[in-house]
Write a protein of this length. Structure first.
Length: 208
């Protein structure tokens, strides 16, 4: 999902399983829910429209963001979180452990689960790498306490705000309490090279 502000010219891209609900709650507190423009679950098409040169002429004035941002999560923790979340909501009919389940997803094998629960939107279990959701010009922050503080400071500086509300922790799905092999870890790193490089650096933010 992409969220565009009316009061302040920003675009937030909710990369699945990176704490995006907390950021959305923060943005609601900053300018009110009615001033946010959610664009639904088609982030790639919308982001291409937002960041492509010349595309701003086709957008409404309040859809011309000067500050586009997203959060990245440690890739291994994110995939373990996927496993916990999707198998809990949709079931695990093959009763796979985390490692084989993740390898199936990395190999492009669709996950249908054992449930038809509509609470899981389609794009969540497509399991795209995090870099799929961002384009040139985006500010990326680590989904960590320090990264969240850096984002708050940058957001306040970008729009001249003296104070900003706290970033709440909502719907946190832990991913670090399962064991996976070195083979699976390396497969995740290969699948998400940009996020891997980011989390192997000490930087709290980067611009792509």
């Amino acid at each position: 999902m992409v969220v565009i502000g009316k009061k302040y010219p920003y675009a937030f891209v909710h990369v699945p399983k990176t704490g995006g609900n907390s950021v959305y709650a923060f943005l609601c507190a900053v300018e009110g829910r009615r001033n946010l423009i959610p664009t639904g679950n088609e982030p790639l098409r919308k982001m291409r429209q937002i960041v492509s040169r010349g595309a701003h002429s086709t957008l409404r004035p309040n859809e011309n963001p000067s500050f586009c941002f997203a959060f990245f999560r440690d890739p291994v923790d994110r995939w373990l979180s996927y496993y916990r979340y999707l198998t809990k909501i949709r079931g695990n009919p093959r009763n796979l452990e985390a490692g084989p389940w993740i390898l199936d997803r990395l190999r492009g094998i669709p996950y249908k689960g054992g449930s038809t629960d509509s609470r899981v939107p389609k794009f969540v279990w497509e399991t795209k790498p995090q870099e799929y959701f961002v384009r040139e010009g985006f500010h990326i922050y680590k989904a960590s306490n320090a990264g969240r503080r850096r984002f708050k400071d940058d957001f306040a500086d970008a729009f001249g705000l003296d104070d900003t509300p706290a970033l709440p922790h909502l719907n946190k799905t832990r991913g670090a309490d399962a064991t996976i092999s070195h083979e699976v870890v390396e497969a995740i790193y290969e699948y998400e090279p940009l996020a891997t490089q980011f989390f192997q650096s000490p930087d709290l933010s980067m611009q792509v």
